[in-house]
Structures are given as C-alpha cells and as structure tokens.
Ligand binder design. Structure first.
Ligand SMILES: Nc1ncnc2c1ncn2[C@@H]1O[C@H](COP(=O)(O)OP(=O)(O)OP(=O)(O)O)[C@@H](O)[C@H]1O
Ligand SMILES: [Mg+2]
Length: 304
C-alpha cells in the first residue's frame, strides 16, 4: 500500500474492497492492463455505429475494448468524443449499428441497470453537486447513483466511503464544502464517487480540463496508481492532449469528424502523420521517457 492509501503495485496482496468488483477480470487485467490476451473478455464492442440528429454526428464507428486494456479517446473539438460516450452510456440513442458494453447488448437489456456498472467523471457531473455537499457525502451518494446524500447512511457504506476518501487522497478535505474545493480536488472526489458503485468501466471525460500543469500531473499519477490496483476498472480517458497519455494507457481511438481515423495499440496510432490528419494541422509528435508531446506548426492564414 502506498502512503496515499492506494495499493502501490500489482504485487500488492490485497486491494481495498471498494475497487474490487470486476467479475470477468482476466489474468491480463490483473497484470496491470499492459498485457492482454486475445481471448480477454470484451468490455465494449461497437459495430457500424451511426448517430444522426439534424446532422450526422457519428458514422461507421468500429471499436472493440478488451479487459486488460485502458484506452484514450483523442480527437479535435467536435470530432465526436463526448457523443460516442453518451451513446455508449445510453444518453444519446444510436440511429444504427450495434453496441455492447460489459456483455450487455444495447436494445436487448435495461441500459439503466448497465449504467450502474459504469462510472463517469465529467464536467456535467460537477455542475450537479450542490455547493454545501462534502466530499464524504458526495462519495457516499455514488452508491445509489445520486448526487449528495439525504437520509440515513449505513455504517458499512460510511466505512467504505472513508476508505475511498483515502484512495482518492481526499481525507484532509473530507468535510469541506464542494463550493470551495479546487478543480483537482473535485475531480478526485468524483472518482471516489464513481468507485463507490464498484464500476467495471470508468470513463473520464476531459478530467484534466481546468487543472494547472502541476495539479494535472498529480491527477494523472493518481490515475496511474488507480489503474495498478488489483481489479481496477477498465479506464477510458477522453482528451485533446497527448501529454495526458500516461503509460498505463495501452490503446488509442483517434476520432475525426465523427469517424474513426485509427484505433489500436498506442504505439501504432500515435504518429505525427495520424495526429496531423486528426487535427488538420502539421503536427510533430515527440515521445520521451514514456510521455508524449506535440509541436503544432502555425499555418498561414489560420483563423481562430
Ligand atoms: N444532440 C445533438 N444534436 C446535433 N448535433 C450535436 C448533438 N450533440 C452533439 N452534436 C454535434 O456533434 C459534434 C460532436 O460533438 P461532441 O460533443 O461529441 O464533440 P467532442 O469531440 O466531445 O468535442 P470537444 O472536444 O469540444 O468536447 C459537434 O459538432 C456537435 O455540435
Ligand atoms: Mg467533448
């Protein structure tokens, strides 16, 4: 166990119960998401997905996530990242195609039940927390998929939430009102809230938005430690920034204008050529000590 309360490595004998439930976890998943077997169980399978409203938002999406992998969804503003996640979580019904998540097929199952197995941390959840709520209560509320807590709390739930406060490194702020918390503190509390429901899949939609460079790095290191806990949920990180692709992420889905530009192992998808295409700019990708950065060439006549 690390000093932060998160188990420090895959060799840690026992992880806290609060992040345990991951019934289909394969050997590959236990190996810290780095190695995945071909026969690892699917977590997400998307085929021929099309989402159309006034315009086409997503089209021809093919994507498969297996247990043991952790994915980044990368793409320019408006490329369809949030829409894809909204479709997967049932908030944006598809116009065509097939979706299965954690073994359930969209249209054949009650998606509200499935949502209980998926944790989501996004700015839309931020806005729902009332200013007087404390981190402890916000985390406890995650068990019942409600924001904040009203009524009696079972001692077992309180104890579990206390453990999660440790895991998300929020013990010192446990009773502080939400309205005074920093962005980074809020993000960690929302992860604690999501973990309270024992998700098998944890979606982080731009969790580093609004964080200063140091807070961002702390947050990413926290995500790295979370990914290394035994039976950690499968992680999906949505971002515009290659700097946020820490080594625990094994795969990248690159979206462009509502379609899949590339999907697969990080090393194959993260190239200067593909990123230049994704962002419609001349981009040079750099890779140093396991981390990425990009240089964008200013184009003549660009209008912001
Ligand atoms: N309900 C909707 N009806 C019509 N168009 C929509 C709807 N929801 C999203 N869009 C459009 O679909 C496109 C993709 O939006 P989305 O929010 O998925 O992009 P994104 O990749 O998450 O962008 P960002 O990086 O800015 O968050 C945008 O052009 C958006 O205006
Ligand atoms: Mg978005």
């Amino acid at each position: 166990m690390s000093s932060t309360g998160l188990p420090a490595s895959r060799s840690t004998p026992a992880a806290p119960k609060s992040v345990h439930r991951n019934p289909g976890a394969s050997e590959s998943a236990r190996l810290n998401g780095r190695v995945e077997a071909d026969d690892a169980p699917p977590v997400i399978t998307v085929s021929k997905l099309r989402v159309e409203r006034e315009a086409v938002i997503l089209d021809g999406i093919e994507w498969a996530v297996k247990r043991g992998q952790h994915w980044v969804i990368l793409g320019a503003n408006g490329s369809g990242k949030t829409s894809l996640l909204s479709t997967l979580t049932g908030y944006m019904p598809p116009s065509a195609g097939e979706i299965s998540v954690l073994g359930e097929t969209y249209g054949r199952t009650d998606w509200r039940e499935l949502r209980k197995r998926v944790g989501i941390v996004s700015s839309s959840v931020h806005q729902l927390v009332e200013g007087h709520q404390t981190p402890l209560n916000t985390i406890i509320g995650g068990r019942h998929a409600i924001i904040g807590m009203w009524g009696d709390v079972r001692p077992s739930e309180r104890a579990e939430a206390e453990k999660l406060l440790q895991q998300v490194e929020a013990v010192t702020i446990r009773d502080r009102p939400w309205r005074v918390l920093s962005q980074g503190e809020r993000q960690r509390v929302l992860i604690g809230r999501a973990l309270m429901a024992h998700p098998e899949l944890l979606i982080l939609d731009e969790p580093c938005a609004g964080l200063d460079p140091v807070a961002r790095e702390h947050f990413l290191q926290f995500v790295a430690r979370l990914a290394k806990t035994r039976h950690a949920p499968t992680l999906i990180l949505v971002t515009h920034h290659v700097e946020e692709i820490i080594p625990v992420f094994s795969h990248v889905l690159l979206l462009r204008k509502g379609g899949v530009l590339a999907a697969g192992a990080k090393g194959k998808v993260l190239t200067s050529r593909l990123l230049s295409h994704a962002f419609d700019a001349s981009v040079e990708l750099r890779h140093q000590r396991g981390r990425y950065s990009i240089m964008v060439s200013a184009s003549v006549g660009a209008v912001i």
